[in-house]
Design a protein around this ligand. Structure first.
Ligand code: CAA
Length: 284
């Protein structure tokens, strides 16, 4: 199966990044969100990220224009997916939001359409169970910033078919990404490994082992990570980090996944990282 007509649900950071790479690689994309304001913000972000790529001479101004021309927007989910071959859902990470979206996608998208989710922590098998086509439901987990990061975790739910997996793996390659096959498990591979590291960095801070800057310097200069764990946590969003730790703790049961109380306290205070202007660091 090849995809000419695609849709992305959710125009936030991940959704607009996914629409960006689809459109840049020649796919027609309908970007869907609940209101015009969210869509406008999403398309503005795509336009400015494409401009970065023009400025760096990675793409031409004509390619930027052609990419933008391939993106349409819609606020009605059911109408927007009525003729697509692939939907990638990238809305907020709660089952309350994602569950009904998968039900609607199942009712409104063509019978042979593949329904993918960019979820980082919700079970693909559970999302598939909200539909009547579990063999055509799959995880397609991108990384922020999507236009730059090369990885896509392609996540098989219990009933995902080989045909669905192969089509999505081919798509990831066509988007110039490196797909990695992962079975459905809490946090998949990426967040099962990354989030306990971030959580441990927060424990180090809470216990006074070192300052924010010094913890980050250990990991940037000592381990060659592009960002230290606390800077990265601010970049991802502390609420997202906490949500993923809670899933790991609940589903895997081991105390080693217990969210750090300081992480929880910061989220309670509304210190969510870059997006709120305050996390482990301040952003003005
Ligand atoms: N769109 C387009 N281009 C972008 C971009 C975007 N959104 N963001 C950055 N860029 C480009 C820049 O223009 C620059 O391009 P060139 O290489 O052509 O010069 C390049 O990316 C590097 O950017 P900068 O020079 O501004 O800054 P940097 O060198 O510090 O890199 C970074 C920034 C790529 C974000 C780097 O710090 C990095 O890799 N950080 C780690 C990111 C990471 O770990 N992401 C995963 C988070 S986890 C997740 O997403 C999944 C989850 O489930 C939680």
């Amino acid at each position: 199966m090849s995809f000419s007509n695609t849709a992305v649900v959710g125009a936030g950071t991940m959704g607009n990044g996914i629409a960006h790479v689809l459109a840049l690689n020649g796919y027609t994309v309908t970007l869907i969100d609940v209101n015009e304001e969210a869509l406008e913000q999403g398309t503005d972000t795509i336009a400015s990220n494409l401009q970065r790529q023009v400025n760096k001479e990675r793409i031409t101004a004509a390619e930027r224009e052609a990419t933008l021309d391939r993106i349409r927007t819609h606020t009605d989910l059911a109408q927007a997916v009525s003729d697509v071959e692939l939907v990638i859902e990238a809305v907020s990470e709660t089952t309350d939001v994602k569950g009904p979206i998968f039900e609607t996608l199942d009712e409104a998208a063509p019978d042979d359409a593949i329904l993918a989710s960019n979820t980082s922590s919700i079970s693909i098998t559970w999302l598939a169970a909200q539909t009547s086509r579990p063999d055509q439901v799959i995880g397609m987990h991108f990384f922020n910033p999507v236009p730059i990061m090369k990885l896509v975790e392609v996540v098989r739910g219990l009933d995902t078919s080989d045909a669905t997996f192969d089509a999505v793996e081919r798509l990831a390659l066509d988007l110039d990404k490196t797909p990695v096959e992962v079975n459905d498990a809490p946090g998949f591979v990426s967040n099962r490994v990354l989030m306990p590291m971030i959580n441990e960095a927060v424990f180090c801070l809470m216990e006074g082992v070192a300052s924010e800057e010094d913890i980050d310097t250990v990991m940037t200069l000592g381990m060659n990570h592009p960002m230290g764990p606390l800077t990265l946590a601010d970049f991802i969003g502390l609420d997202v980090c906490l949500g993923i730790m809670e899933v790991l703790h609940r589903e895997l049961g081991d105390d080693k996944y217990r969210p750090c109380p300081l992480l929880r306290k910061m989220v309670t205070a509304g210190h969510l990282g870059r997006k709120s202007g305050q996390g482990f660091y301040s952003y003005d």
